[in-house]
Design a protein around this ligand. Structure first.
Ligand code: T5A
Length: 207
């Protein structure tokens, strides 16, 4: 495909949303055509799925159902938004992609990683990112940041999970990063400015 596909990964509160605008501004300034998108919920179907996934009322949702709902959102997202933009030569920045499924549902819920990977690769028609920026920080810092900005301090369905769930996710991301050359691990427990500088440097090198 003609474009470049960059994904942002990390725990709640790691700063993905905060950093997006700097990335987009920087790339646009350099003359690139950029598309910013996210998971779950970038498409019409995805917005419905997002409601189901984050609503605390769905406490009975099983891990397998959860994987498949995220994968369904992703399948629609790739076909409707990501692939057309890449084919048009754009740089696509996605806030989360299938590594979230591997980290949260695979490592976090303790499900078979290879199976979660297979489901996801099939769902996205084998489209892998060119570069994945993992914003790493201690779980307690991320959750404190995320909870400080939600009206309901208990948070959404996933934010109500135990501390240990997030520790497994963080360890899972670090494991994924070790296995794959497309990952860059950035210390997100620093000032917004410092994190921004490192992210922009990684993207510059990639381009
Ligand atoms: N999920 C998702 C799965 O389980 N499987 C999947 O396959 C997928 C795709 C999505 C949820 O779904 C899960 C993961 C999530 O639980 P979401 O609402 O999209 O939920 O939530 P998040 O992506 O987690 O978004 P957050 O807003 O919680 O995290 P961000 O975007 O990483 O953090 P951000 O930028 O909003 O920052 C949070 C706060 O911290 C401050 C910001 O100002 C903000 O107040 N901040 C900093 N403060 C100090 N220093 C810094 N360096 C800071 N950077 C940001």
């Amino acid at each position: 495909m003609a474009g470049l596909f960059i994904t942002l990964e990390g725990l709640e509160g790691s700063g993905k949303t905060t950093q997006q605008k700097y990335i987009v501004d920087d790339l646009k300034e350099k003359g690139f055509d950029v598309l910013l998108t996210r998971e779950p919920g970038a498409t019409r179907l995805g917005r419905e799925i997002r409601q189901l996934l984050l609503d605390p009322d769905w406490s009975e949702m099983t891990p397998r159902a959860e994987i498949l709902l995220f994968a369904a959102d992703r399948a629609q997202h790739v076909e409707e938004i990501v692939k057309p933009a890449l084919n048009a030569g754009k740089i696509v920045i996605s806030d989360r992609y299938f590594d979230s499924n591997l980290a949260y549902q695979g490592y976090g819920r303790g499900l078979d990683i290879d199976l979660v990977r297979k489901i996801n690769l099939w769902a996205v028609d084998y489209l892998k990112p060119d570069l994945t920026i993992f914003l790493d920080l201690p779980v307690e810092v991320g959750l404190a940041r995320a909870r400080a900005q939600t009206v309901d301090k208990l948070g959404d369905r996933l934010e109500r999970e135990e501390f240990n769930f997030y520790q497994q996710i963080r360890a899972g991301y670090l494991e994924l990063a070790k296995e794959s050359e497309r990952f860059r691990v950035i210390d997100a427990n620093r000032s917004i400015e410092k994190v921004k500088t490192d992210i922009l440097q990684e993207i510059k090198e990639m381009i």
